[in-house]
Write a protein that binds this ligand. Structure first.
Ligand SMILES: [Zn+2]
Length: 341
C-alpha cells in the first residue's frame, strides 16, 4: 500500500462530536474527533497537545474500547457511541496500564463491559504512591503516601483539584484512581480477544514504561495501538527511560517491528506508520551509541549536552528543548540503570 498511513487517519477523521464542556476553564474546550481507520476500527482524538488518543473497534457483536482517558471524555463518548451504534454495547474495555491519564474514563462503561488488563495492573491499583507512581515525574518524595500540590507535577498537578475530592489539599492513591474501573479479566503474558470475527491481541510490553503496560495489536486491521514509549518525529518525555536500560526499549521496539501493520496509533501526539516506529528505534540506537562513546571518552553529562548534536533529527518536534533531557536520559540509563531488570 503506497498511501501514507498518517493521511489515511486524517482523511477519515470526521468530527462526530464537538462539544464545549462547561466544566473546563473558559477557553478550553474538549472535542472528540472520531474517525474510522478501517473496518470498524476507529481512532478518537481529544484536542491538541499531549491529550491521549485512543481507539475502539465497533463490530456486530459489540464494541471493544481501549483507554478512555478521563471522565469528561467518557461522558461525551458514551452518548456518542449509543447514538452511532445503538445495538452494539461496549463489551470490553481494554486498560493499557494503570496510569490515570489513560484509564481515568473507564468507570462509565461498567454497566455493560468487562475490563481487561495485564495481571500486574491489580497490584499497581492497590499499591502505595511509591509502588505505583503517577505518570510523568510525579513522586511522593516525603513518602507519606499522599501528594502535596508541590509533589504533584505535570498532568497530576493540572488535575489536582479534580482529584482532591475531600478538598484537604492532598491526593491519596484512592483519590487519584477513583475513576478507574478495576480489571475484571486479568492475564499474564499475551492475550487474544475475538469480537465480531476480528482478533485483538494484547501484547505485554514486559519491562517497559510500567510493567503492566500492554500494546494493542489489531492483526486483521494492520493497526498497532501503542504508546508512552514511542514518539513519532518527536523528542519527548522519556524520563530516563522510566528508570530502565534503554536497550530494553530498543529490544521491545524491534519486537514490534516484526508485527504486520502499517498504521501506528500513538496514545499521545501524532500517529504514523511502521516506518516511524523504525525511525524512532534508529534514533534511540543513534543516541545510545553517541552517549556510550562520550562516556568511554570520559566526557561529563554536561559536556555531552553542550557538544552532541544530531542534525538529522533537527526537524523533529522538541529537538531544541528536549535534546538535553534525552541525552541525560540516555546517560542515566547507561550509567545508573544498566543493571535494572
Ligand atoms: Zn503511562
Amino acid at each position: 500500500m503506497s498511501m501514507k498511513p498518517l493521511r489515511v487517519v486524517s482523511f477519515l477523521a470526521v468530527a462526530l462530536v464537538s462539544v464545549a464542556v462547561s466544566a473546563q476553564p473558559p477557553g478550553r474546550q474538549i472535542e472528540l474527533n472520531i474517525g474510522e481507520i478501517r473496518d470498524g476500527l476507529h481512532v478518537v482524538t481529544t484536542g491538541a497537545g499531549v491529550s491521549p488518543v485512543f481507539v475502539f473497534l465497533a463490530t456486530d457483536e459489540g464494541i471493544l474500547l481501549v483507554d478512555p482517558p478521563n471522565p469528561t471524555v467518557a461522558n461525551l463518548l458514551k452518548p456518542a457511541l449509543d447514538e452511532r451504534f445503538p445495538d452494539q454495547p461496549v463489551r470490553y474495555v481494554v486498560e493499557s496500564h494503570y496510569h490515570w491519564d489513560h484509564v481515568g474514563g473507564t468507570r462509565q462503561f461498567a454497566d455493560t463491559a468487562e475490563f481487561v488488563a495485564h495481571e500486574n495492573m491489580a497490584a499497581f491499583l492497590a499499591g502505595t504512591l511509591s509502588e505505583a507512581p503517577p505518570p510523568g515525574n510525579t513522586r511522593d518524595t516525603d513518602g507519606d503516601n499522599r501528594l502535596s500540590r508541590e509533589e504533584a507535577l505535570t498532568g497530576t498537578r493540572a488535575n489536582f483539584d479534580r482529584f482532591d475530592t475531600n478538598e484537604d489539599d492532598f491526593l491519596t492513591p484512592e483519590e487519584i484512581n477513583a475513576d478507574i474501573e478495576p480489571p475484571t479479566i486479568l492475564f499474564s503474558g499475551d492475550h487474544e480477544i475475538e469480537i465480531g470475527g476480528y482478533r485483538v491481541q494484547l501484547l505485554w510490553a514486559r519491562n517497559r514504561h510500567t510493567n503492566d503496560l500492554i500494546d494493542v495489536y489489531f492483526p486483521d486491521h494492520g493497526v498497532l495501538f501503542a504508546g508512552d514509549y514511542i514518539w513519532i518525529n518527536r523528542m519527548c518525555c522519556n524520563f530516563a527511560f522510566d528508570e530502565r536500560p534503554m536497550s530494553v526499549w530498543i529490544e521491545s521496539l524491534r519486537a514490534l517491528e516484526e508485527l504486520d501493520f502499517d498504521i501506528l496509533i500513538n496514545s499521545h501526539f501524532a500517529s504514523g506508520g511502521k516506518d516511524d516506529l523504525v525511525a524512532f528505534r534508529v534514533w534511540l540506537e543513534t543516541l545510545e551509541a553517541a552517549v556510550s562513546a562520550g562516556i568511554a571518552d570520559g566526557l561529563t553529562l554536561e559536556q555531552m549536552q553542550e557538544q552532541l548534536t544530531f542534525d538529522a533529527y533537527s526537524d523533529w518536534a522538541g529537538y531544541e528543548q528536549q535534546l538535553p533531557t534525552m541525552i541525560e536520559s540516555a546517560y542515566l540509563s547507561l550509567t545508573r540503570y544498566s543493571a535494572a531488570p
